[in-house]
Structure formats: C-alpha cells, structure tokens
Design a protein around this ligand. Structure first.
Ligand code: SAJ
Length: 421
C-alpha cells in the first residue's frame, strides 16, 4: 500500500490498527482508537491474557472502564495473541510494551526485541509502525529501521499519567517524529483523529530525547527538593513552607521531597539516558547524582524510624505503592524502605487501602487496625486522613515519609524536611 492509500484509510478511519501491549499505555490508546471508530486489535503475549482481557478483568486504572466495556462488546477492540499471522492484517502497528531497567540499572529492551522478532517475519511494505515505548534516542531506528524500509516508521513517546483523572490520553499533547516526512505526516494524522493537540518534530530521535528530558527533569528536580529538605531539617526551616513561598515565582515549578521516587517512568527513564551518555562518552554528573539522592531517601526515612525505635515497639507502615491513589508497587521506594527494616530485624506490618495482591509475594504482613507505637507514611493515599485514625493514638510517633500530615496527630510528626511537634 502506498502513502496515499494509507493516508486515505487513516482519514476515513478504515485503517486497521494493531496495538502491541495493553498495559497502562496501550489499553487507553486502543480503547480511544476504537471509540473514535477504528477497528483495533489489541495484542497480548498469551491466550490466558486474551481470555482475561475478553472477560473485562482489566485492572488498568488509566482506562475509562465504561468505554472499554463498550468497545469490547461492540467488537471494535478485539484481543489476540501476538504472532506474525495475527499481526499480518494490520495497516498500522503501535508498540506499547514495557521498557524497564535490570537490577543493575541497565536498559531492558527484551520486550521491544521480541516485538521486532515478530515484525521481522512480516512484509511491512506500505505499513506504518509507531513506537510509543520509552527508549533512548536512536533505539527506534536501531530496532525497527531495517524492518520498515518498505513502509513507514515513527516515534511518539507515551505521556500517560497513571492515577490522574484530570489528564486523559485525549487531552495530553502528543509528540510525533518520523524517520522521514511521509512517516511523520501519517503518524501525526492518525493521532489527530483522536488527540486534541499533536506536535510534530523533525525526527524520531528528537521525540525520543524529549521524553528523556521530560522525565529526567522531573527526577532531578525531585532530587533537588530532597536535598533542600535534608538541609531544612538541619537549620529548622519547614521545607513545605519554603516550596510554597518559592512557588510564587513564575519560573519555579514545585517538586516535593519524600521517601523516594517509584513507578515505571521517573526512576527508570533517566538510566536509559545515563547508558547512552556512557556509550557515547558524554560527561554526565547531575543526573547520576540526582538518581542516587532519590534512591537514598528510603534510607533517610529508615534512619528516622531507628532514631525513635525501641525493641518491642509496634510499627505500621501505611501505603506500599509508588504514588498516591494507584495500586502499582513497581520500583516503590516503600518496598526498599521495608527491606531496610527487615535487614535490621525490626518487626513491622503494612496497611495499604488499595493494594490487594502484592503482600504475600513481597513477604509482608498486612497490618491489623491497632494503635501503633510508630506509624510510618509510605504513600500519601487520599484515604490517609480517615485511615490514620485506626493506627494513631495520642502516644503514636508519626514518621511522615510523604509530608502528608498537615496538622498534629499522635505525640509528634517527623516529616522529610519538616516536623510537627
Ligand atoms: N514524586 C516525588 N516528588 C514529586 C513528584 C513525585 O517524590 O514532587 C515521586 C512520587 O511519589 C512517585 C514518583 O516520584 O514515587 C513518580 O511520581 P510521578 O508523579 O512522576 O508519577 P508517574 O511515574 O506516574 O509519572 C507520570 C509520568 N508520565 C510519563 O512518563 C508518561 C511523568 O512523565 C509525569 O511527569 C507524571 O506522570 C506527572 O506529571 O504526573
């Protein structure tokens, strides 16, 4: 198929679209494409996942469940196991697979490479392949450039914000960069069918690097807030009041200190950048230092607990997930914090109002609703104001790892960069 006919199919919403990976990025995208009138196939790794998906068992909180059910029931979005035969019928393929890091903080492109191995067995002439997964500049071309020589290739990094009801995939501006002008135009026209603001850039590498900058910017500024919080503790100044004051300046964007940085983006993406810098021998000092600072915050909160802990005291850790309001524990700093308690043989139990499954697999004990001697805020879930009443008595020492407690509770509140006596 040539560009003109693919362009017409996109304009008429007749293009058949395959979305590979139906996680927190792929699922809302596939649902929105189907809702807007495209015929979408969602590709999963196994038949078991296909059956789970078809039975609407999805747990992904970034998708509108009502819409999801509708497009499934109308068969506008159908699941299939990823294979050359099931993928062959698609005009457009959008890659939304995880790009995590290994235990030694190196990029893990295994999921991307397995997609490339499937695409390699297809004739991609005239087809458009778009990579949404977060990778270092040059990766999209390296993995898919040769495979798509007779077709079109673009990169449009995902910008989904899990747990944020205000920003839906439809309202978050979308960057698009193609290998060539035709690829950019086709990809941009596709997204313009479903997303309000689409911004084109001159290449895939610019799009890849912009995503790296967005998330590394956030990691570095969180690290700055953490560093200021530690200094504020030493000089007796309340970091939250300082941040609030600084926020009156137009060019300052507030970031907040805490027990650490978790999730599948902010503590992960910058390591792809560090890896690239090492490969091309480009000096990088700020980013690695910021990542170390953020990773050290779990230990900072652990030291606060140790400073008040006496053998026999009961400890309840509130919140296990990487951020408020989500049920995701990936790279959660609270898990790192719990590991520190375990290694110091300090007994504790954990309460999280959202997480159901991870406790056993993480070797953690769910807390009973009892007054604790020490109550540690690991995640500032929206329910915390109500929930803390079950654990905090007038004698409880509160170690507030998220500076979530705004008024005095218990005997005292020790935060990160602040304290409420
Ligand atoms: N965190 C802080 N201090 C802050 C902000 C966050 O310690 O000031 C911690 C959070 O508790 C969490 C981690 O950092 O553990 C990540 O928080 P996040 O709000 O950045 O959450 P994410 O990972 O869901 O970030 C997403 C990202 N979206 C994409 O990568 C597409 C990120 O780029 C967005 O900037 C972010 O949402 C957002 O702005 O809400």
């Amino acid at each position: 198929m040539n560009q003109a006919s693919l362009s017409d199919k996109i304009r008429l919403k007749k293009a058949r679209i395959g979305v590979i990976g139906l996680g927190y990025v792929g699922l809302p995208l596939a649902t929105l494409l189907a809702q807007k009138g495209f015929k979408v196939t969602g590709f999963l790794r196994s038949q078991k996942k296909v059956e789970e998906f078809a039975s609407l068992k999805t747990l992904i909180d970034t998708v509108d469940r009502r819409l999801f059910k509708k497009v499934i029931q109308q068969k506008k979005l159908v699941p299939a196991v990823l294979s050359p035969s099931t993928l062959a019928g698609q005009d457009i393929v959008i890659i939304c697979v995880p790009t995590p890091i290994t235990h030694d903080k190196k990029p893990d492109l295994s999921a991307m490479k397995s997609v490339a191995s499937v695409l390699r067995r297809l004739d991609l002439s005239g087809k458009l392949v778009i990579n949404e997964s977060t990778v270092a500049p040059g990766t999209t071309k390296e993995l898919f450039g040769n495979l798509t020589r007779q077709g079109f290739l673009a990169c449009s990094p995902e910008r989904v914000d899990p747990g944020n009801r205000e920003k839906s995939i439809e309202t978050i501006s979308k960057l698009v960069g193609g290998r060539d002008k035709k690829s950019t135009r086709l990809a941009a026209n596709l997204y313009r069918q479903i997303i309000k603001e689409v911004v084109t850039v001159s290449s895939m590498e610019v799009a890849e690097m912009a995503k790296m900058l967005e998330n590394t910017y956030r990691a570095v500024n969180i690290a700055l807030a953490n560093e200021f919080a530690l200094l504020c503790e030493k000089v007796g100044i309340d970091i939250l009041e300082v941040i609030q004051a600084a926020s009156t300046k137009w060019s300052y964007q507030a970031h907040f200190p805490g027990i650490g940085v978790g999730g599948h983006c902010i503590p992960v993406d910058p390591y792809y950048l560090v890896d690239l810098a090492n490969k091309v021998k480009s000096s990088m000092t700020v980013v690695p230092a910021a990542l170390r600072r953020n990773n050290d915050m779990a230990h900072v909160v652990f030291e606060k607990v140790k400073s008040v802990y006496k053998r026999g005291m009961t400890i309840v850790v509130y919140g296990l997930t990487y951020k408020r309001g989500v049920d995701d524990t990936r790279e959660s700093p609270v898990i790192a914090f719990c590991e520190l308690l375990k290694s110091a043989s300090i007994p504790f139990t954990v309460y999280d109002p959202i997480v159901g499954k991870d406790f056993d697999s993480l070797g953690l004990t769910r807390a009973k609703r009892i007054y604790a001697d020490i109550f540690v805020v690991g995640t500032d879930h929206p329910q915390i104001e109500k929930d803390q009443k079950d654990f905090v008595s007038s004698k409880t020492i509160v170690i507030d790892g998220r500076n979530a407690i705004t008024a005095k509770i218990g005997s005292r509140v020790i935060g990160v960069g602040r304290a409420i006596q």
